[in-house]
Design a protein around this ligand. Structure first.
Ligand SMILES: Cc1cc2nc3c(=O)[nH]c(=O)nc-3n(C[C@H](O)[C@H](O)[C@H](O)COP(=O)(O)O)c2cc1C
Length: 307
């Protein structure tokens, strides 16, 4: 059975995954934390926590709130910073079979470019995933990814500073996600990943206060799956680069739905927080589905529900 997928066919090095199951940024640490729970080397790729130029403490507590079928988070990109990723994590990743993709974030276009530049040529890093759902501090805090032109500028700046394949992770908090996808593909994205969290909030009625210390947060989990699936369907029909689906994927059946609307690979996120072996179970379930349906190559499934 062939499960392998190429996520950067237009890139000189490419990004070949042994299978389409990846972990979503911010829900799987640096991979190392999960090593003792199952064989993480069997996964298609691991995407690490969002990485910024300097270490970040993140937002005030509370930073997590459960909702009906979902989770609100306002972690605020707490992370160890790019220097520590290069010095402490990459040497471990360099010994792994599974490719590691570093998710990057920034407050300015220059931040993104500097983080991408710092990661270039570091052994153990197979690609960069650019989170364009971050507030553009110089433009009043609107997400870069809300507007096609701002999104494209981030991608062009990152591409200019790296020789690695670049995945661009879209935010659903925009008027027309296909337009943003087209703009970032034109700016050189090797693949597009979607979706990041949907902006939301919750109130603690006893305290008459927002539940989250940051007031608003990002909604993830099964609650957002139909929205994510629709957006992946839209984007896969609008661009000619591979698409990675993410948003509420908990089971192999969820993963197959995303693949059938056109995703070449999928990411498991919030599901890791309740069941750390979810990515492994999703992979096993995809294999079982393929055996049951007599499918020999995952390529037969990609986009199968589009016709
Ligand atoms: C606790 C938490 C932290 C996250 N941190 C990041 C991050 O650092 N960078 C990023 O691009 N996405 C981050 N995300 C978004 C996820 O990678 C994913 O896009 C989103 O949660 C939707 O997928 P899911 O419903 O499977 O979780 C985070 C999500 C959660 C729940």
């Amino acid at each position: 059975m062939n499960l392998s997928v190429e996520l950067a066919p237009k890139h000189h090095r490419g990004l070949l995954l042994a299978n389409p199951v990846m972990t979503a940024s911010g829900t799987f640490g640096y991979g190392t934390e999960y090593q003792h729970l199952f064989d993480i080397q069997e996964l298609g790729a691991i995407v690490c926590k969002g990485t910024t130029l300097e270490p970040r403490e993140g937002n005030p507590q509370p930073r997590l709130a459960e909702t009906a079928c979902g989770l609100l988070n306002s972690i605020g990109l707490q992370n160890i910073g790019v220097k520590a990723v290069i010095e402490e994590k990459a040497p471990i990743w360099a010994t792994w079979r599974v490719p590691v993709i570093v998710n990057i974030a920034g407050e300015t276009i220059d931040d993104y470019a500097k983080v991408a530049g710092a990661l270039d040529g570091v052994a153990g890093i197979s690609a960069i995933e650019v989170n364009i759902g971050c507030p553009n501090v110089k433009a009043g805090g609107a997400e870069f990814g809300a507007y096609p032109d701002a999104a494209a500028r981030v991608v062009a700046a990152v591409k200019a500073r790296t020789s690695l394949p670049v995945l661009v992770k879209l935010t659903p908090n925009t008027a027309d996600i296909a337009e943003v996808a087209i703009a970032v593909a034109k700016a050189g994205a090797d693949a597009i990943c979607l979706i990041n969290t949907l902006k939301g909030m919750a109130i603690d009625v006893a305290r008459r206060q927002p539940l989250l210390g940051n007031i608003t947060g990002g909604l993830s989990g099964p609650a957002i799956k139909p929205v994510a699936l629709y957006m992946v369907y839209e984007v896969a029909g609008a661009v000619d680069v591979p698409v990675v689906g993410c948003g509420g994927i908990t089971t192999a059946a969820d993963a197959v739905e995303f693949i059938m609307v056109g995703a070449s690979a999928i990411q498991v996120g919030t599901a890791n927080l309740t069941d750390p072996s979810a990515p492994s179970d999703v992979l096993e379930g995809i294999k079982k589905f393929m055996v049951k349906e007599g499918i020999e190559d995952i390529a037969e499934l990609i986009g199968a529900a589009r016709h």
